[in-house]
Design a protein. Structure first.
Length: 150
């Protein structure tokens, strides 16, 4: 819970503006995973990063890193005194608004990248394959290593 936090939501008409109070009232973001939030029932995607998957990860290493990224983002949000969500005006392929999340004036995505819990987002299939190799190396979902075949 964010106690005495000021939340400025710069997504006019999307998520509104509000104050979090000690009892949790107000539009406090919920962390879904390392790059996805929910606020007032709307899922938001952090714009500039890609965190390891927790839903249908490509390998055990990605699942473990995804859990770490999710936990770290929850910690950052939970400890922040000021939370600002800036809508970019763009949406991802799932229709989620792409946003920047500033916690006490620091971009949360930059923190996750610096700590090795996310990579800078690049669009496209080749970039997706690079990200999967980054998290999993040779261990791929459905690959020979996953089935114990050498």
């Amino acid at each position: 819970m964010i106690s005495f936090a000021r939340i400025a939501l710069i997504a006019v008409g999307l998520v509104g503006t509000g104050q979090a109070t000690a009892d949790g009232a107000g539009p406090v973001p919920t962390v879904i995973d390392g790059d996805t939030l929910r606020i007032n029932g709307t899922r938001l995607r952090l714009r500039a990063i890609d965190a390891p998957e927790t839903h249908r990860p490509g390998c055990a290493a990605e699942a473990a890193l995804g859990a770490l990224a999710t936990g770290r983002l929850r910690q950052l949000v939970g400890e922040a005194r000021a939370i600002e969500i800036r809508e970019s005006g763009d949406r991802d392929r799932h229709g989620r608004p792409l946003v920047d999340l500033l916690l006490d004036g620091v971009d949360a995505g930059d923190v996750l990248i610096t700590e090795g819990l996310a990579v800078a987002y690049r669009p496209g299939r080749a970039a997706w394959k690079d990200r999967r190799r980054h998290w999993c190396g040779d261990e791929r979902r459905g690959g020979r290593r996953d089935r114990g075949i050498r």
